[in-house]
Design a protein around this ligand. Structure first.
Ligand code: 8DG
Length: 154
C-alpha cells in the first residue's frame, strides 16, 4: 500500500496509532471513452462541496464490493453487480476528522440512470479535471489514471 497521505497537515489531530481506521469503498466509474464520474459532497458532511469519487463507509461485517453496491444505489440510484467491481488501489488518508482507508475500485458496468439522491452535483470528467476543489483523498486517483494512460499510450 502507498504511504499515508496527510490532508490539511496544519490542523492538529491525534497520533496515528490511537485512531481507528475507517474503511471506505470508492467507485471509479468509467465510460467507454475513459471519462470518470465525480460527485460533489452534500451539505452537512465534512468537506461539503468538495468533489470526490462516489462511495462511502463500510458497515460492520460488510465487504468492499457489497458496500460499494449499496452506496452507489443509495446515493446515485445505480444498480451494480458485485462481480463487476474491480478492486484497484488502496490509500490511507490521515484527515483531522478521521483516519480512512480508501478502497478504490473500477467499474465499467452498471444499470440505471444517474439520480442525485442527496442533492449532489455530478460531472463526467477527463484529465485534467475541470472541477474544484477536489477532496484530498481523491487526488491520488488522478495520478494513477494518468500513469496508466501513459503506459497504454492513450
Ligand atoms: N466517497 C469518497 N470518500 C472519500 C474519497 N476520498 C476521501 O478521502 N474520502 C473520505 C472522506 C470521508 O472521510 C470518507 C467517506 O465518508 P462519508 O462520510 O462520505 O461516507 P458515508 O457516505 O458512508 O457517510 P455517512 O453515511 O456517515 O454520512 O472517505 C473519495 O474519493 N470518495
Amino acid at each position: 500500500m502507498a504511504e499515508v497521505l496527510k490532508a490539511d497537515a496544519h490542523i492538529q489531530r491525534e497520533a496515528l496509532g490511537e485512531r481507528p481506521v475507517v474503511d471506505v469503498a470508492v467507485g471509479v466509474l468509467l465510460q467507454p471513452d475513459d471519462r470518470f464520474l465525480l460527485t460533489s459532497r452534500p451539505a452537512g458532511k465534512v468537506y461539503a462541496g468538495y468533489w470526490e469519487f462516489p462511495g462511502g463507509k463500510l458497515e460492520a461485517g460488510e465487504g468492499v464490493a457489497d458496500a460499494l453496491a449499496r452506496e452507489l444505489h443509495e446515493e446515485l440510484g445505480l444498480v451494480i453487480a458485485p462481480a463487476d467491481v474491480q478492486p484497484w488501489r488502496e490509500q490511507l488518508v490521515d484527515y483531522p476528522h478521521a483516519l480512512v482507508r480508501l478502497h478504490f475500485c473500477k467499474l465499467r458496468a452498471w444499470r440505471g440512470d444517474l439520480q442525485m439522491r442527496e442533492g449532489q452535483s455530478f460531472v463526467w470528467s477527463g484529465l485534467p479535471v475541470s472541477v474544484s476543489p477536489l477532496l484530498p483523498g481523491a487526488m491520488p486517483v488522478l495520478e494513477w489514471l494518468q500513469a496508466e494512460r501513459l503506459l497504454l499510450n492513450k
